[in-house]
Design a protein around this ligand. Structure first.
Ligand SMILES: *Cc1c(COP(=O)(O)O)cnc(C)c1O
Length: 405
């Protein structure tokens, strides 16, 4: 007899570091999901900006099945074809000359920060170890990346924080100017802050950081784990801004749902990672890279990228109509299909209740912090699914509006 788990079993068997919603989804197709009881949901969350081609996209399923029957894992003692294919694709499509693969966004940033420190150490001396980051930023949950991240609640109670890390104000160039000096090895920034509330950088901010990094021989790292791989309507967010980093990190949508991370950089910077400097057992394994290759090849096409702006406009139109009716949002912002609708003071913390109300109405939603409703759907979500999901969201908002009075 097979055992069917329930939501209550989460509390029994798993660490309490998450608090999942009441339902358990079991199947997905495109931008729709079904739970254990066969109830159907429209997916506006995309697994937190991961399922960029929706669920069970034929190209990804085919890549997984085909590679799954051939070769899953080798270790980096051997090169493998899928990793080389994906590396070539990313190098040819971006500023980068070299790619390093790992398994998550946190690991990609860990590699980027280590690379920047090592580069400064080898070229300028060991005193050049200062990392400039920004408040509200999010770079992962490893001890180094969470310390570099700009949300102190995530480092609380875990012991001594690694040194040489300072935080400025996002989108405030003067604040960055005060921090960057000759001992700065890296400036790390999300071109659009995701977890921190869906805040796009101003073009002047990123241009200014580029100039600051150049003036002080520091490397500019763009964390594109959330805003990369098509989200902005460009393959990477830096292309939208026309500001090129020295190191770029990618994950989330890179595997379309299969775990993979990547760090991209120039030949000159890459040179300081010699044999043995850094590594990962699973990083760049054939299975992940085959799916990643299918995802990037499918996303980096005019068919997919050009559809992002239209969908953005449709999301915005619906959100504005909901706001006009229920007076719920202070601001609607974001680029492409990473959008945030910040609740106004009247809704305040109650905005978070929209998530559970959404589940009752049949739409999967996300927040970014307590006050911002975040949208990170499939880049190819059909118009009909946007319309239906928005009708359900409207009913969820109506219920929360009633509760706030
Ligand atoms: C999600 C995220 C990370 C961490 O990625 P994981 O795969 O969870 O380690 C890092 N940076 C940004 C900008 C993210 O959104």
């Amino acid at each position: 007899m097979t055992w069917t788990p329930t939501r209550d079993d989460f509390n029994t068997y798993m660490l309490p570091n998450y608090n999942p919603q009441a339902i358990i989804p079991v199947r997905g197709d495109g931008s729709r999901l079904w739970d254990q009881d066969g109830r159907e949901f429209v997916d506006f969350a995309g697994g937190i900006a991961v399922n960029a081609l929706g669920h069970a996209h034929p190209a990804l399923v085919d890549a997984l099945k085909t590679q799954g029957e051939q070769l899953w894992h080798l270790s980096n003692v051997y090169a493998n074809e899928p990793a080389l294919r994906l590396a070539k694709t990313l190098v040819e499509a971006t500023f980068a000359d070299k790619a390093f693969f790992c398994n998550s966004g946190g690991e990609a940033n860990e590699a980027a920060l280590k690379l920047a420190r090592r580069y400064a150490h080898d070229h300028h001396g060991k005193q050049k170890d200062k990392i400039v980051s920004f408040r509200q930023s999010f770079h992962g949950r490893t001890w180094f990346t969470v310390s570099v991240g700009g949300q102190p609640k995530y480092t609380e109670g875990f012991g001594p924080i690694p040194g040489g890390i300072v935080h400025g104000q996002y989108n405030d160039l003067d604040s960055a100017r005060e921090l960057v000096d000759e001992n700065t090895c890296a400036i790390i920034v999300e071109p659009m802050q995701g977890e921190g509330g869906v805040t796009p950088a101003t073009p002047e901010f990123l241009e200014g950081l580029r100039a600051l990094a150049d003036a002080h021989n520091a490397l500019l790292i763009f964390d594109e784990v959330q805003c990369g791989v098509g989200r902005t309507g460009h393959l990477y967010g830096y292309m939208h801004y026309g500001v090129t980093p020295d190191i770029l990190t990618s994950a989330k949508a890179l595997g379309g749902g299969f775990p993979i991370g990547a760090m991209l950089t120039t030949e000159h910077v890459a040179e300081v990672f010699v044999v043995g400097t850094h590594g990962s057992t699973y990083g760049g394994n054939p299975l992940a890279c085959a799916v990643g290759y299918a995802a990037v090849s499918t996303i980096n096409t005019p068919e997919v990228l050009d559809g992002v702006a239209e969908r953005h406009a449709l999301f915005r139109k619906h959100l504005e109509a909901i706001d006009a009716k229920y007076d719920c949002f202070a601001e609607i912002r974001g680029l492409g299909l990473l959008m945030g609708a910040e609740f106004n003071a009247r809704f305040g913390e109650a905005g978070r209740d929209t998530l559970a109300a959404g589940i009752d109405e049949g739409v999967m939603l996300l927040v970014a912090g307590p006050g911002v409703l975040r949208f990170a759907p499939s880049l190819i979500i059909p118009e009909a699914d946007i319309d239906e999901g928005m009708a359900r969201l409207e009913r969820a908002i109506a219920r929360v509006a009633e509760s706030v009075g």
